[in-house]
Design a protein around this ligand. Structure first.
Ligand code: MN
Length: 743
């Protein structure tokens, strides 16, 4: 028996209270009134009471989990008391007797609404689950996001704590949770600017899904740490002195890349660990007043690039144009000591806080910023989700991709800044401005130059959209647009267009049937669809219209009691091979000419005798494999001819085949030095034949060999045999007739 830890309720309660006090301390600067403090206490007590009989897989009281989630919400996401209350209660409605009404009564409507959202999105998002169900769950999740973003933030905190404490879980559950995390929570965290959480989620997912890879990389990181630290110091040292000299107030350090990002590089770019140069980045954080932070960042940039040469294409200015998730910083890659490229990130303390805490911090500073990219983004999701025709599955696919995408910045003719996914085209831009503009777009002027719809935009482009009221939506557009808005509007419009065409097609169909005096019944429709080989009446109607089907064939079909009859040939009953062959034989007077009839009749060469062009052959009708061609001197021939004479087809070679046939020869002779060489030289050198294999057996100075070669016809084979026979020391050469070829 393993030692059983005796549960000490008193000790446990002490610990729980201690954790609560820690939470309270972290929240203190954000508590604005005594009633807020009382609310928090009440939430804590409610949660303790509700979960009192529950324990986690690890054995500890369940309440540790909601407290920890609340702590993450406050410390790592930067949210306030209301979110902490929601975090404390996040599992109560789903798992305990507490109802939403209880919560609304004890707190308020918004709190109840957030908890309602948290309860609703407990559905799964695994990679391998039923995709439509997954899409539905995902849609629900996004709907809560547009309702109140705090739902997602608490959910991410919940997920983070679960991932951190997964050790005592069953392996299959770990895998499930980890894959779900990689699938949706890490991308969402990224999109919401929660870089640290995103990184930790990815690393933890890797740890549970690919433990060996995870361990291998972390070990290598640990092994190389000393060298890395040395290099970082070498890089930082002169820089630090210059910055001090210029009186900047700053912090500088090297920061290793995440295990997951290294893993990604190894697997997607096939670079071994040892060759990844950017295992770390240098970060400089400036303590500058708000109105000087931008010029300070550029000042530091200037100091760095005086010291180390920058790579011009690798400058990223996210200060002038922050990322949609609020991220601001200057990134540059410079040539450091020993000729190594090093990435340097420059940001102010304020920018750093946004980078660490994501949008919660972003909101905190919002009064100082005209930037509302996040609101725009959420508005965009809301619009797309409200569209009832949006295919949830398509949307999820695009949305997930978009979460990770880099952005470009472009301008309207009036100089308004627009953010688009990198790779976006002129047409994407048109759709971004307005759906109608996209649908009527015929081209664009970029920086006053005319470009096609599919033109890929670059940072800083100024785009003027050209339209025509005559423009029609085109399926080909889907080949180059990349933004989910453009894709979803084009798809939806195409579907509408198809529906319109199908409606017209239906009218045509009904008109024609009346004309032909064929009753308009479901049965007859089914027969017509089958006759024209379409998948559904909808497709059939669509193609009637778009392919201008005249439907006159229907007039030719038999009508029996008002029912259309399919002609019994062609459509349903496939002729048997034998019937086909017989028909063919009648026409050809029992002479099958190979090469010409091959497109009508399937034939194969029998592998018992491997005939080659020029051999005397006959065809034999088989049940399943069409006609088999045998040599007339095939050992099986006599039996076949006597027993099944009616299945024999006279066969002749028609013309030279370009195909090579595999055949074999048997050789006997004196085992001499270099004999194999001599023979292969004749075959591949002199006669230029392709040899497949050669094998020799020797016994007391005499060898017996078998050579498999490809020939085009019997003449080639005969010449080969003659040539081999004429060699000194060769007794006999003969073609291998029986099925011993593959031995
Ligand atoms: Mn939970």
């Amino acid at each position: 028996m393993p030692d059983k830890v005796k549960i000490n309720i008193e000790e446990e309660n002490k610990l729980i209270l201690k954790e609560y006090k820690h939470l309270l301390r972290s929240l203190k600067p954000k508590l604005t009134s005594n009633s807020e403090k009382a609310d928090l206490r009440r939430a804590f007590e409610m949660a303790v009471e509700a979960h009192k009989s529950m324990r986690r897989k690890s054995g500890e009281p369940y309440i540790h989990h909601p407290i920890a989630v609340a702590q993450i919400v406050v410390d790592e996401i930067g949210l306030g008391p209301q979110s902490a209350i929601c975090a404390l209660l996040h599992d109560t409605v789903e798992d305990t007797d507490i109802t939403l009404e209880d919560i609304e009564m004890n707190f308020d409507k918004p709190t109840a609404k957030i908890i309602d959202g948290l309860t609703k999105i407990s559905g799964a998002f695994e990679l391998n689950m039923d995709t439509s169900q997954q899409a539905e769950n995902f849609r629900k999740l996004l709907l809560t996001l547009t309702d109140d973003i705090r739902v997602i933030l608490v959910k991410i905190a919940d997920r983070l704590h679960n991932m951190r404490t997964m050790d005592s879980m069953a392996t299959h559950k770990q895998m499930k949770i980890a894959s779900e995390t990689l699938f949706i929570y890490a991308p969402l965290a990224h999109r919401l600017g929660l870089y640290n959480i995103k990184t930790e989620l990815e690393d933890l997912s890797l740890k549970y899904t690919q433990a060996d890879k995870y361990n291998e990389i972390s070990k290598k990181l640990a092994d190389t740490k000393k060298d890395r630290t040395k290099y970082i110091n070498e890089f930082i040292h002169p820089l630090k002195e210059l910055l001090i000299e210029k009186e900047y107030d700053f912090e500088i350090y090297g920061r290793p890349k995440s295990i997951y990002s290294i893993y990604n590089k190894i697997t997607t770019k096939h670079v071994p660990f040892e060759e990844i140069y950017d295992l770390f980045a240098i970060r400089i954080i400036l303590d500058s007043p708000l109105d000087e932070e931008k010029s300070d960042c550029w000042g530091v940039y200037s100091v760095i690039t005086d010291l180390y040469k920058p790579q011009p294409e690798r400058l990223r200015d996210w200060i002038s144009n922050p990322k949609t998730n609020g991220y601001e910083a200057l990134h540059t890659t410079v040539m450091g000591p020993q000729g190594k490229w090093v990435e340097v990130q420059i940001r102010s303390k304020r920018m750093h806080e946004i980078a660490e805490l994501g949008l919660a911090a972003h909101w905190k500073y919002k009064e100082n910023s005209q930037d509302n990219a996040l609101d725009e983004w959420i508005e965009n999701i809301r619009e797309t989700l409200q569209n009832p025709d949006t295919n949830a599955l398509d949307f999820v696919t695009n949305f997930r991709q978009e979460l990770f995408n880099e952005e470009i910045f472009v301008f309207t003719p009036k100089g308004q800044l627009k953010r688009l996914k990198a790779g976006a085209t002129a047409l994407d831009f048109a759709f971004e401005i307005h759906s109608e503009l996209g649908l009527k777009c015929i081209g664009a002027k970029i920086n006053h130059k005319l470009v096609p719809l599919s033109h890929k935009l670059s940072n800083g482009d100024q785009i003027e959209i050209l339209t025509s009221s005559k423009q029609l939506v085109n399926e080909d557009w889907l080949k180059f647009v990349v933004t989910s808005k453009a894709i979803s509007v084009i798809r939806k419009t195409l579907q509408e267009e198809k529906r319109k065409q199908a409606d017209l097609g239906k009218e045509t169909y009904e008109k024609k049937l009346k004309q032909f005096d064929i009753p308009l019944t479901d049965y007859n429709l089914a027969i017509a669809v089958k006759y024209y080989k379409y998948q559904s009446p909808y497709d059939f109607y669509f193609y009637i219209q778009t392919k201008n089907l005249t439907l006159t064939d229907l007039k030719e079909l038999k009508l029996q009691g008002g029912k259309l009859m399919l002609p019994n040939s062609k459509i349903e009953v496939k002729e048997s091979i034998e019937e086909t062959v017989k028909k063919e034989l009648k026409k050809n007077a029992e002479l099958l000419i190979m090469g010409e009839s091959s497109d009508k009749i399937a034939y194969k060469f029998a592998n018992c005798c491997n005939p080659i062009p020029g051999d005397d052959v006959f065809g034999f009708i088989t049940i399943n494999e069409g006609i088999k061609i045998h040599r007339t001197n095939c050992p099986n021939a006599v039996q076949l001819m006597s027993k099944y004479d009616y299945r024999i087809v006279r066969t002749k070679w028609n013309k030279q085949h370009e195909i090579a046939f595999l055949t074999g020869v048997k050789i006997n002779g004196i085992d001499d030095v270099g004999v194999i060489n001599k023979l292969t030289n004749i075959i591949t050198g002199q006669l230029k034949l392709n040899m497949r294999s050669i094998s020799f057996d020797t016994d007391d100075g005499i060898f017996e060999g078998k050579i498999m070669v490809y020939v085009h016809n019997i003449e080639q084979l005969d010449r080969l045999i003659e040539e081999l026979k004429s060699q000194q020391g060769i007794f006999s050469v003969s073609r291998i007739a029986e099925n011993e070829l593959e031995k």
